[in-house]
Design a protein around this ligand. Structure first.
Ligand SMILES: NC(=O)c1ccc[n+]([C@@H]2O[C@H](COP(=O)([O-])OP(=O)(O)OC[C@H]3O[C@@H](n4cnc5c(N)ncnc54)[C@H](OP(=O)(O)O)[C@@H]3O)[C@@H](O)[C@H]2O)c1
Ligand SMILES: CC(C)CCC[C@@H](C)[C@H]1CC[C@H]2C3=C(CC[C@]12C)[C@@]1(C)CC[C@H](O)C(C)(C)[C@@H]1CC3
Length: 615
């Protein structure tokens, strides 16, 4: 008898751990001692699978959807099909009485659900794009004309029949999980009944950020607020009780030369981004199953930028110009961002529907803000991805350096103050960490969910460089002498925050990359109907957003370095708390939609969102 059933190089279907879904995999090798196959999924993930969890491709193709098997797993599969078929379909009476156009809408809606859910079935990381909490393989597809899609459907239906558990959990947890599963099925059925037509047309959606009035206010209010804050900070006594300084007229702040310098900076970053160095990776699957490619060279861009800045300093380039024209630079960046946002909105009008962001609504003002197109690209140049990490984030570090030099010049110091050194090095660490872990950006809400519009353009290109450098800007004109014991406490605080922030982010990223990573074997998970599991121990069992907690602790350390004379340097932590609390609520909303009852279970087990025992 042969000791192995599948040969190296053979393409088969392998079960995705923790789920009953099968994906195409290639057999890489077989270990005769452990009887495990090493297989490679299409997204590059390599896992070890038991023979039982591997099926030949043919076994999927030959079977028909309407199996009559009476095995428990099959019974479950067929039950689910008939269950989900009815809620996904409008009631018969409604269908009979519906007008032709309504029928067309329904067909369109079904097609949409189909298109959105297809990648969920075939790609292990596919569910992040779904706005829909359902077991996709059970959706009725009678209206789908595409042969391949039908094939995929048969395949995925088949996959749901095979419910042998590839378990990463202790056996007793299985019973609990089955309970969750059955609750989820009911939840899914209910949700389907309510939402089949609601999820499809983007116009029938809840708007975030206070809807149209909210985003209108943000778009006009934030730039004004930014200039007020910078002007206040330049005052000798920047107390909040003082009357806010008058805003200068725009033409007084406009300098074409400054705008030229800003454009030059932007172009340098474009050139660095286009350099063919660094690994190319695939992002999460899009609505149509495509995966965009991204080159990870942010860290190289940072090294090259440092070399350019170092050389310019050595050549005697006057960096003080940036400090003395700081407001002019902020205006140049704002103008650039407005032009960019208009361009993004205009081009999005021609974008195919599949390329639109799940956050877009059909309302022009709202979409201008949130971004209509999900991944606007010029050729391979990804505008959102580029702006998120390059000109603004690296610009923030350069501005901090400008402030450090300005402090030495204005305060006539031979060396920068300890406070300035702390702020500069803490924030440098933060930016380098983001660039080093660039790949993690691909799974953030910004890349997966939000479009590229005014919100991210302004956030990335104006808010980050000019507000996140605010503490360094403050220290230039408001010196703060930090004692060494105080500095030590602040360093410890920053270190604790960093450990939590990095530990949580790395743990989640590693788990999402390879759920059966042996290093994570000690962690408990909750099964979800999407095939992806949720961590319920480790950092993610402490609070539901441990990475936000770490981020906030670090932010506090940055502010503390500026002393207690004014509240201005604490603006960042106040704003950041609001941003993350709001972001957490948005993420929670999306996760609830995605994971349904499993998410509720997670919330029960991990009751606090960000701050243990507080919130
Ligand atoms: N400095 C700033 O201004 C700023 C602003 C925003 C964010 N950040 C930082 O950026 C980093 C990324 O933040 P983010 O807002 O994109 O969100 P995030 O917390 O990294 O990601 C949220 C996603 O993680 C997954 N997830 C949630 N709970 C999980 C669990 N228990 N087990 C496994 N996966 C789970 C879910 O997605 P899936 O299940 O689909 O994978 C969820 O949508 C954070 O460290 C944050 O502090 C910084
Ligand atoms: C209305 C506006 C003021 C909202 C502005 C929000 C932006 C400032 C943030 C939205 C997403 C944020 C983000 C980072 C910085 C701030 C935002 C652009 C980030 C680049 C910071 C470093 C992290 O490591 C990160 C790369 C994960 C992160 C991504 C999200």
């Amino acid at each position: 008898m042969p000791s192995r059933k599948f040969a190296d190089g053979e393409v088969v279907r392998g079960r995705w751990p923790g789920s009953s879904l099968y994906y195409e995999v290639e057999i890489l090798s077989h270990d005769s001692a452990s009887q495990l196959y090493t297989v490679k999924y299409k997204d590059g993930t390599e896992l070890e699978l038991k023979e039982n969890d591997i099926k030949p491709l043919t076994s999927f193709r030959q079977r028909k959807g309407g199996s009559t098997s009476s095995s428990p797993s099959r019974r479950r599969g067929s039950r689910s099909r008939s269950r989900s078929r009815s809620p996904g379909r409008p009631p018969k009476s409604a269908r009979r009485s519906a007008s032709a156009s309504h029928q067309a809408d329904i067909k369109e809606a079904r097609r949409e659900v189909e298109v959105k859910l297809t990648p969920l079935i075939l790609k292990p990381f596919g569910n992040s794009i779904s706005r829909y909490n359902g077991e996709p393989e059970h959706i009725e597809r009678n209206d789908v004309p595409h042969k391949n899609t039908q094939e995929k459907f048969n395949l995925s239906q088949e996959s749901s029949y095979i419910a042998t558990q590839y378990s990463l959990r202790p056996k007793r947890e299985e019973v609990k999980l089955k309970e969750i599963d059955s609750k989820e099925e009911k939840f899914v059925a209910k949700e389907l009944a309510v939402r089949t037509f609601e999820v499809t047309p983007i116009r029938a959606k809840d708007l975030e950020f206070g809807g149209v009035p909210g985003v209108f206010l943000i778009m006009f209010g934030l730039p004004v607020f930014l200039f007020l804050l910078l002007l206040m900070c330049k005052q000798k006594d920047p107390s909040l009780l003082n009357f806010p300084p008058p805003l200068p007229a725009l033409y007084e702040l406009w300098e074409t030369r400054v705008f030229g310098v800003y454009l030059l900076w932007f172009l340098i970053q474009v050139v660095f981004y286009l350099l063919p160095i660094g690994k190319v990776v695939e992002g999460t699957p899009l609505i149509d199953g495509r995966r965009l490619k991204y080159r990870l060279n942010g860290f190289y861009a940072f090294i090259l930028t440092s070399a350019v800045i170092g050389t310019s300093l050595f050549q005697g380039v006057e960096f003080h110009y940036v400090y003395s024209h700081f407001l002019q630079f902020a205006l140049a960046a704002t103008v650039f961002c407005v032009v960019l946002s208009v361009y993004l909105y205009m081009r999005s009008l021609k974008a195919p529907r599949n390329d639109l962001s799940p956050a877009s609504s059909g309302n022009a003002v709202y979409d201008f803000f949130i971004g209509r197109e999900l991944n606007p690209r010029i050729g391979t140049f990804d505008l959102k991805y580029f702006c998120e990490l390059r000109p603004g984030l690296i610009g923030w570090v350069v501005i901090n350096l400008v402030m450090l030099l300005a402090e030495m010049k204005i305060q006539d110091r031979a060396v920068p103050s300890l406070a300035m050194i702390l702020v500069n090095s803490f924030q440098l660490l933060y930016v380098v960490d983001a660039l080093w872990n660039e790949e993690a950006l691909l799974t953030t809400m910004d890349i997966i969910h939000d479009g590229f519009g005014f919100m991210l353009a302004f956030g990335d290109l104006v808010w980050v460089p000019f507000i996140y450098s605010f503490q360094a800007f403050y220290l230039v004109s408001h010196p703060n002498e930090v004692s060494w014991p105080m500095a030590s406490l602040i360093i410890v605080l920053k270190f604790c925050g960093y450990v939590i922030f990095r530990g949580a982010n790395s743990q989640k990223n590693a788990f999402r990359k390879n759920p059966s990573d042996p290093k994570l074997a000690h962690l408990k998970t909750i099964h979800t109907s999407t095939g992806k599991n949720l961590l319920v121990s480790g950092w993610w069992g402490f609070v539901r957003h441990p990475n936000y907690l770490g981020d906030l602790i670090m932010a506090l350390a940055w502010s503390l370095a500026c002393g207690f004379n004014h509240i201005l340097p604490y603006f960042y932590i106040i704003y950041f708390t609001m941003l993350l609390v709001h972001r957490e609520a948005r993420d929670e909303y999306h996760c609830k939609k995605k994971y349904g009852v499993a998410w509720e279970k997670y919330c029960q087990r991990v009751p606090y969102r960000i701050f243990p025992y507080i919130y």
